[in-house]
Design a binder for this molecule. Sequence first.
Ligand SMILES: Nc1ncnc2c1ncn2[C@@H]1O[C@H](COP(=O)(O)OP(=O)(O)OP(=O)(O)O)[C@@H](O)[C@H]1O
Ligand SMILES: C[C@H](N)[C@H](N)CCCCCC(=O)O
Ligand SMILES: [Mg+2]
Length: 241
Amino acid sequence: MSNAIFITGTDTGVGKTIATAALARLLRKQGINVGVMKPVTSGCVERDDSVVSEDAELLAWAAGVPLDEECAPYCLRTPIAPAVAASRENVRIDFSRIRDAFESLVNRHDFVLVEGAGGLMVPLSGGLMVADLVLALKLPLLVVARPDLGTINHTVLTCFAAKQLGIEVRGTIINSYPDKPDTAEEYAPHLIDSLSGAPLLGVFPKVEAADQRIIVETLTNHLSGQGTTKILLREIGIENI
Ligand SMILES: Nc1ncnc2c1ncn2[C@@H]1O[C@H](COP(=O)(O)OP(=O)(O)OP(=O)(O)O)[C@@H](O)[C@H]1O
Ligand SMILES: C[C@H](N)[C@H](N)CCCCCC(=O)O
Ligand SMILES: [Mg+2]
């Protein structure tokens, strides 16, 4: 079993990158040699004649590792499902190249966090979806969810689909939980915990900041002070490192 976990979301924009970066920073602060990977990014930015995955950039900063090709092997410009972006940009997404990069990261680090793209059923290449990549890398899953109305259905469906496909779901995280939750948000954690078939491992607060590094740092400090963080880390496989 690899010392790694795949982080998916119930949707795009739920906070996979922020949650993954906060975990990476927390591990790094605990002295763990953590690696990060964003195998496929769509919606990359052009900078100095290169195409940069801002997700991978934040993850690499959080983990304190260089942003190299193994960390972000496929960087696509078009902000759309990666299979479509790749075909428009004449790129062939090759799972064996991703697997080789992943194996190299696993060999270089104590633990590796791998962020997906969008949700579990997002097409990556031809008929292959994010779920197929999770299976190809033989990784367990952590599911990041929204806190608000609709999240119960999305989270339970994601966990259900993962299990049907033979993917082990280690747990869920609700991200961007507001200071003053409405009634739906008050009930969501308990219902997600009891209905998704996987433990709710964390409720990460919404941080009122514009700078993503400040959001990550604030979440990292929040997690460091939480008794439940030890359980979260144990469940994703950190305990024996
Ligand atoms: N806990 C939080 N507090 C405040 N803002 C947050 C938090 N989590 C995420 N955000 C903001 O929400 C937006 C979406 O977050 P993020 O980019 O991490 O989503 P994602 O699931 O990784 O999306 P994608 O599918 O594009 O990879 C970003 O602007 C991010 O800064
Ligand atoms: C561009 C965006 N931020 C993500 N990288 C890709 C999200 C693809 C979602 C596809 C879908 O579920 O309809
Ligand atoms: Mg992201």
